[in-house]
Design a protein around this ligand. Sequence first.
Ligand code: AMP
Ligand code: MG
Length: 352
Amino acid sequence: MKRYQRICALSIAIFLLAAVLQGCARTGGVREYSEDIFALNTWVNIRIYAGKNGPDILDKAIKRIEEIESRMSVTIQDSDVSRINSSAGKQPVKVHDDTFEVIKKALKYAEMSNGAFDITIYPIVKLWGITSEHPRMPTDAEIQDKLKLVDYRNVVLDEKGKTVYLKEPGMGIDLGAIAKGYAADEVARILKEEGVVHALINMGGNVVAMGGKPNGKPWRIGIQDPRADGVQRHIAIIEIMDGSVVSSGDYERYIVDVYKRTGKRYHHIFDPSTGYPANSGLMATTVVAPYSIDADALSTTVFIMGAEKGLEIVEGLEGIDALAITLDKKIYASKGLKERLIVTDKEYELQL
Ligand code: AMP
Ligand code: MG
């Protein structure tokens, strides 16, 4: 055999081998691995399609979620957030890059929403205790008193030293509206790094889809019925290959006023201009975005601002879509989502 023929034969052999190996990677040995954990105050499910090292990949992802929780939880005593809060009015606190980036992003959304999204809402969150073991209805005087401490402009960041300082004593931050999104993005980043192509991450309504389903079809994300009373039931579906779908709503965590028997719902998303649960005429919102941190912050923001103003902000953001469900079961959606949304419940009416 002449030299160039040998090279040709060798190249063809290598090509065939590569094709066979690639085929193996695609089908042989790849199966579904799934794990559920409770973290960041919610149930987390990670489903991946991987080879034998699937359990190790899941382990790595879960360790990362726990690391983020240990830094950003408001209830873990030595977390960055707790240290920032206990140093309010005293001194700046050095934090991990993670925490710094999330707070920076949160302040960006505070500015964009003119303070509707505001992580310094913590004194109000604590006062109502909706997500705690002992929720209660505070008096108006108590609310006005705590409201004085709510102002994102009093959060001082030092980019170089990676420190965070809350100017007023008694101030506090709560990353509950944005940390899950960050954690979900971090899980997706780790999965990609580990070579995972198809995955679905669900962190209590914070969903990240990767690579579509293994059969090539898009992931179908159900939009929860906001009045299904704790039962999983969807009213619409969003199909997505890659990206994040995040929902917020008055149905996630709330108390009902049984004391005065009004039956009124007091939920966990507060309007920083009143100190009361946001009352913009919505029961739920959903945001679709390339990154979950943006979808998370925005779903809370749109919920507080209401359908009109909230969707106006979203329309101005490239590649981001949203829907808002009103108390009378009308669905308003951004232009990009209107044609994609599959409504499955006739009681809910998509507004065109
Ligand atoms: P989410 O479920 O992402 O909509 O976030 C709700 C959580 O965000 C609440 O449980 C609070 O911890 C926090 N939160 C409530 N109101 C606000 C607000 N106006 N801005 C930022 N975070 C908020
Ligand atoms: Mg949120």
